[in-house]
Design a protein around this ligand. Structure first.
Ligand SMILES: NC(=O)C1=CN([C@@H]2O[C@H](COP(=O)(O)OP(=O)(O)OC[C@H]3O[C@@H](n4cnc5c(N)ncnc54)[C@H](O)[C@@H]3O)[C@@H](O)[C@H]2O)C=CC1
Ligand SMILES: CC(C)CCC[C@@H](C)[C@H]1CC[C@H]2[C@@H]3[C@H](O)CC4=CC(=O)CC[C@]4(C)[C@H]3CC[C@]12C
Length: 369
C-alpha cells in the first residue's frame, strides 16, 4: 500500500493501458506503487474511465497513440523511468491480417525498445504470452510445465509467431546501453489464458449461453487442461516485477516468467463454468456432444466461410482450426520462479478471483446484444 514516507519520483508508461489487462495494470499501479509521480497511459483507443483517475495524487497522462508509429512512441517514452508494454493485437480469430499483427506486435515492440534506448529509459517489462511456448502445431501437451521445461515451440499462426518474435527482441535488448550509458534491463511475463472483469471472450460466451436458453454444449474433453490466471494477479505481477527490476537488475534482467496463481487446472469449458455456472448457465454433456472430426470439419468450414465472405463482411466466429487446437491441447504451468526471483505471491485467492469475475458477469445480466 502507498507509504507516505516514500518520495513520489517515478514516471511509468503503460502501453495498451486501456485494454483488458492494461486497465488492471494502470489501476494496480495507482493502488500499489507508492513511488509513482506520473502515470502515462498510451493506447490507440483511450477509455472514458481514465477521467475518473485524474483526481488522485498521481498525475495520470492519457496519450492517444500508435505503437507502430516510432515518433509517437518515442515522445511518450521520453522521461519515463519504467515502461510496461502490454499493447498488442490479440487476434486468433482472423480479424486482422498477419501483416498487421506483425506490425503491431513485433514492429511496435521494436519501436518501444528503440525509444527506451534513445531516451535513456532503463526498465522495460513486456507482456508476452504462454503462446510463445505453445501449444505447438504438433499439438504436444505441456502438462504443468515451468520456464525450463523442454518443449518444441513451433508456430504457424501469426499471433503466437509475433509474440515469440517480440519476446525475443525484448530479451535480446537486455543489457543494451541506453542514452546516458546505463544498461537497459528487460524481462517478459507470459500469462496463460487471462480471465476476470472485462474479459471479452467470457462476455461473448455468456451471451451465447443466454441465447441458447441458459445452456452451453461441451465441445472439449474434460481431461484437457487449459491454464488460466486471474487478471488482477497478472497485473500485480507486472507491478511487482517492474519494481524489482530496478532493485535486482542482475537477477531479473533478460528473464521470462510465466504468470500463475491458484486458479484450478481444468478444461477451458469447465473453467468457464466455475464462473458462468453461478451466473445461471449449464454445460450440457459429460463428454463432447460432437466427435472431434466433426468439430474440426465445422472449424474448417468456418475458415472457408471467413475467406469467402471477406470481400463482403468480417465473419470471425470463436471456432476455427486454430482455436480448436488451442482449446483441445493440454497446456498448464506449475512454477514458482516469480516467487523465487521477486517475491511474487498472488494478491487474489482463487475464491476472490472467482467471486470478482462472477460479480462482473452478473452485473451485465440483461444487457445481451
Ligand atoms: N487475453 C489473454 O488471455 C492474454 C493476453 N496476453 C497479452 O496481454 C496483452 C494485453 O492483452 P489484452 O488486454 O487481452 O488485449 P486487449 O486487446 O484488451 O488490449 C490490448 C490493448 O492494446 C491496444 N493496442 C492495440 N494496438 C495498438 C497500437 N497499434 N498502438 C497502441 N495501442 C494498441 C488496444 O487498443 C488495447 O487497448 C497483449 O500483449 C497480449 O498479447 C498474453 C496472454 C494471454
Ligand atoms: C469453440 C471452441 C471449442 C472453444 C473456443 C475457445 C477459444 C476461443 C479459446 C481457447 C483457448 C483460448 C486462448 C488461450 O487461452 C491462450 C491465449 C493467449 C493469448 O496470448 C491471447 C488469447 C489466447 C490466444 C486465448 C484466445 C481464446 C482461446 C483460443
Amino acid at each position: 500500500m502507498a507509504d507516505s514516507a516514500q518520495a513520489q519520483e517515478l514516471v511509468y508508461l503503460v502501453t495498451g493501458g486501456c485494454g483488458f489487462l492494461g486497465e488492471h495494470v494502470v489501476r494496480m499501479l495507482l493502488q500499489r506503487e507508492p513511488r509513482l509521480r506520473e502515470l502515462r497511459v498510451f493506447d490507440l483507443h483511450l477509455g472514458p474511465w481514465l477521467e475518473e483517475l485524474q483526481t488522485g495524487p498521481v498525475q495520470v497522462t492519457a496519450i492517444q497513440g500508435d505503437v507502430t508509429q516510432a515518433h509517437e512512441v518515442t515522445a511518450a517514452v521520453a522521461g519515463a523511468h519504467v515502461v510496461i508494454h502490454t499493447a498488442g493485437l490479440v487476434d486468433v480469430f482472423g480479424r486482422a491480417s498477419s501483416e498487421t499483427i506483425h506490425e503491431v506486435n513485433v514492429q511496435g515492440t521494436q519501436n518501444v525498445i528503440e525509444a527506451c534506448v534513445q531516451t535513456g529509459t532503463q526498465f522495460l517489462v513486456y507482456t508476452s504470452s504462454m503462446e510463445v511456448v505453445g501449444p505447438n502445431i504438433k499439438g504436444h501437451p505441456f502438462y504443468r510445465g515451468n520456464e525450463d521445461t523442454p518443449y518444441e515451440a513451433a508456430h504457424r499462426h501469426p499471433y503466437p509467431r509475433s509474440k515469440a518474435l517480440a519476446e525475443q527482441l525484448v530479451l535480446e535488448a537486455n543489457g543494451r546501453k541506453v542514452h546516458g550509458g546505463l544498461p537497459l534491463v528487460t524481462c517478459a511475463l507470459r500469462p496463460t489464458g487471462i480471465y476476470g472483469e472485462g474479459h471479452q471472450i467470457m462476455r461473448d460466451i455468456y451471451y451465447q449461453g443466454q441465447r441458447l436458453g441458459g445452456r452451453l454444449f461441451r465441445a472439449i474433453p474434460a481431461s484437457v487442461e487449459h491454464g488460466r490466471v486471474y487478471v488482477g494477479n497478472v497485473a500485480w505481477m507486472h507491478v511487482l516485477v517492474a519494481r524489482e527490476l530496478q532493485q535486482q537488475a542482475a537477477l531479473l534482467g533478460g528473464q521470462v516468467y510465466f504468470c500463475y496463481d491458484s486458479s484450478p487446472y481444468k478444461s477451458y469449458e469447465d473453467f468457464n463454468m466455475e464462473i458462468l455456472g453461478p451466473c445461471g448457465l449449464r454445460l450440457v454433456g459429460a463428454r463432447p456432444l460432437l466427435p472431434y472430426w466433426l468439430l474440426m470439419f465445422l472449424a474448417l468450414l468456418n475458415a472457408l466461410l471467413q475467406w469467402l465472405l471477406r470481400p463482403l463482411l468480417l465473419y470471425a466466429p470463436l471456432l476455427n482450426p486454430y482455436t480448436l487446437a488451442m482449446a483441445n491441447t493440454t497446456f498448464t504451468v506449475s512454477t514458482n520462479k516469480a516467487q523465487r526471483h521477486f517475491g511474487y505471491e498472488p494478491l487474489f485467492s482463487w475464491e476472490d478471483s472467482r467471486n470478482r469475475t462472477i460479480r462482473w458477469v452478473r452485473a451485465m445480466d440483461g444487457s445481451a446484444p
